[in-house]
Unconditional design. Structure first.
Ligand SMILES: Cc1cc2nc3c(=O)[nH]c(=O)nc-3n(C[C@H](O)[C@H](O)[C@H](O)COP(=O)(O)OP(=O)(O)OC[C@H]3O[C@@H](n4cnc5c(N)ncnc54)[C@H](O)[C@@H]3O)c2cc1C
Ligand SMILES: Nc1ncnc2c1ncn2[C@@H]1O[C@H](COP(=O)(O)O)[C@@H](O)[C@H]1O
Lengths: 322, 250
């Protein structure tokens, strides 16, 4: 029966958690159809694939080489498309990260097949394969049916839980595709202190204009640190130059769906909600009880953030120490 | 410099979404439509490049129903030279179908650059631009927030998790625009008047069958009714308790 291929993403030589999530998303589909789960890892020679043990992968294909140390779109896409053909994959999955959002459509175009982006569910129903995805700034959910012989699907980070199965996959090496790359990633510039990215974190604490001035973001940073999470920001404070755009959550920033999202001094404009509405648990701290953020929040505290946030940070620290 | 920009008609971000009677699309009545915000960055970039080069042409292309003419006119009012509307013969549920139709049109002319938005804020595919590039076999950098062009090649920057990727590419190329690339201009009154007279070609195109079918559009499951746990710092213990014991996220 038809196999599935997950194109895993690695960073600094280790496979990312989001790729384990993508394997989890498709494992049950493969079980029903009786197909195998193939995982392709493209990256530098030193990439470790041990973490894929227990992830649900049946076979891991390693396409490693110095030329793949940085994300090279054409090289990665051509290698993935070749693997999909060789694996006779009916589904090709990638995680919907910055890399995956770039890669998935390229693979689909090379394979001449359909694309379903950023899915949060994927199931086999009587109708065939069905996926759901947030559209219209997360103001609606779209259900799609995959009707083609083959489809490329990108999977929303944090929407699936990695599996824990005991078995180790078999590992095979394969060659990277040869491409004449007319676009080349020459370097990745990292900020001096590499911070946890909002799009990848399972806890995000975001601050807005309610913080009044940039220095007060220390309150948000401390709470995020106590929770082991990343710092996010509203557009208002990014536009004001208080925070880098990389931290912006929303329509024109990043889409996040962490297990916990804390909005501090953020009103909850629709464009902000677009980026965080699908978080599992939302907490809002705002002095205005009518702020729209409370409409999506699971838990809210009405009041002055300057009093509430330090206290919250303290309580969290106490718990974490226990 | 001859530049094409693909533009899409999308509901304004503030729109309240209502589901249409067919259960698989939005009810468009009373909805304000705009030029997709990311496409504004693409149009702006094209215009700025043309102005800098002192010569060239900016062609805007939309695939969609007749209503998308209005979107093309907005881009013409910003300063684009002419527009092309492609009216599809069938479903465009699959972004691959959209990309194929656009690639067929774009491939028929020689452009130095083809620009897109990184994402359409209605369907959220984040894919049509990169797909068109792959179909046209052109180098492509997606979601760029900075661009420099030199003779026959260029350098673009794109934000990724925890950093910025710097990508060099040869021309002709496909680029998709992210926020930060520029500040789009507003159409001036004069531009709006002039846009009415600019050429806008309408073509019917046969689209391929797709592999994706939209079966339903629903409002997001209402989040379980949230609650205000209290007021001020005194409410913190109750919040922590709820996060720990109810939501189990701590
Ligand atoms: C096309 C477009 C795209 C956009 N994209 C985005 C996007 O990606 N992300 C985004 O965030 N926005 C986006 N916006 C902007 C959005 O509309 C809002 O303007 C923005 O989100 C507001 O940011 P804010 O909540 O920080 O500020 P405000 O709306 O000013 O809210 C500040 C909040 O802080 C509260 N507050 C003040 N003082 C205190 C205190 N002491 N204690 C507690 N609470 C306090 C206030 O009650 C208020 O609710 C976009 C807008 C447009 C038009
Ligand atoms: N129907 C369309 N007509 C013209 N351009 C489109 C169309 N759909 C998408 N695009 C372009 O492709 C980009 C990405 O769209 P999407 O992949 O649908 O999120 C948009 O920002 C537009 O530049």
């Amino acid at each position: 029966m038809a196999n599935v291929l997950v194109v895993a993403e690695q960073r600094d030589g280790a496979v990312k958690r989001v790729s384990m999530e993508a394997i989890a998303a498709v494992r049950s589909v493969a079980d029903v159809s009786g197909g195998a789960v193939h995982v392709l890892v493209v990256g530098p020679p030193a990439t470790a694939t041990d973490d894929l043990t227990g992830s649900g992968a049946d076979t891991v294909f390693r396409a490693l080489g110095d030329e793949a140390a940085l994300y090279q779109a054409d090289l990665y896409a051509a290698t993935a498309a070749a693997r999909a053909e060789a694996s006779d994959a009916a589904l090709v999955l990638v995680a919907a990260t910055a890399l995956g959002k770039d890669l998935a459509p390229r693979i689909a175009a090379r394979l001449g097949c359909g694309l379903v982006a950023d899915v949060s569910t994927l199931e086999r129903s009587d109708d065939g394969l069905v996926a759901t995805r947030a559209v219209y700034s997360a103001k609606a959910m779209m259900t799609v049916r995959l009707t083609g012989r083959r489809s490329v699907v990108s999977v929303r980070p944090n929407a699936f839980t990695p599996l824990e199965r005991g078995d180790a996959p078999s590992v095979e090496d394969m060659a990277l595709a040869s491409v004449s790359a007319r676009a080349r990633t020459v370097r990745v510039e990292q900020p001096e202190q590499a911070a946890l990215d909002v799009a990848e974190a399972s806890v995000v604490v975001s601050g807005g204009r309610g913080l009044k001035e940039p220095a007060h973001f220390a309150l948000v940073e401390e709470l995020a640190a106590a929770l082991g999470g990343a710092v996010g920001a509203s557009r208002a404070v990014v536009d004001a130059g208080w925070r880098p755009h990389a931290e912006q959550v929303g329509q024109t920033g990043k889409t996040v769906s962490p297990s916990l999202y804390v909005a501090v001094g953020i009103s909850g404009a629709v464009q902000h909600l677009a980026g965080m509405r699908t978080s599992q648990v939302i907490v809002a701290i705002n002095k205005d009880k009518d702020a729209p953020i409370f409409k999506v929040a699971d838990y809210g505290i009405v009041g002055d953030l300057f009093e509430i946030v330090p206290r919250l940070t303290e309580e969290i620290r106490t718990i974490k120490e226990q | 410099m001859k530049i094409a920009v693909c533009v899409k008609r999308t509901p304004d971000t503030e729109t309240r979404i209502k589901i249409a009677a067919d259960g698989r699309s939005i009810d468009e009545s009373g909805v304000k439509f705009v030029l997709n915000p990311y496409d504004e960055y693409a149009v702006e970039e094209a215009l700025a490049l043309k102005e800098k080069a002192g010569a060239g042409e900016v062609v805007v292309v939309a695939l969609g129903a007749d209503a998308a003419q209005e979107t093309l006119r907005t881009a013409l009012a910003m300063g684009a030279d002419r527009g092309i509307l492609l009216r599809p013969s069938g479903s465009t549920d699959d972004p691959y179908v959209v990309a194929r139709a656009l690639a067929d049109e774009l491939g028929a002319a020689e452009y130095d650059l083809v620009l897109f938005g990184k994402l359409a804020i209605d369907d959220y595919h984040h894919g049509v631009g990169t797909m068109v590039a792959a179909l046209m076999d052109l180098p492509c950098v997606s979601a760029i927030s900075a661009l420099e062009l030199a003779d026959g090649h260029g350098t673009a920057r794109r934000e990724i998790e925890g950093g910025v990727e710097v990508v060099e590419f040869d021309l002709p190329a496909v680029l998709t625009a992210d926020k930060g690339l520029n500040e789009p201009r507003y159409p001036a009154l004069r531009g709006i008047m002039m846009a009415k007279k600019k050429p806008l070609e309408v073509k019917d195109v046969t689209v391929a069958d797709g592999g994706v079918e939209v079966t339903a559009l629903t409002l997001p499951a209402a989040r379980a009714e949230g609650r205000i746990v209290g007021e001020g710092a005194d409410a913190v213990p109750a919040l922590v308790d709820a996060l720990r014991n109810e939501a189990k996220v701590l």
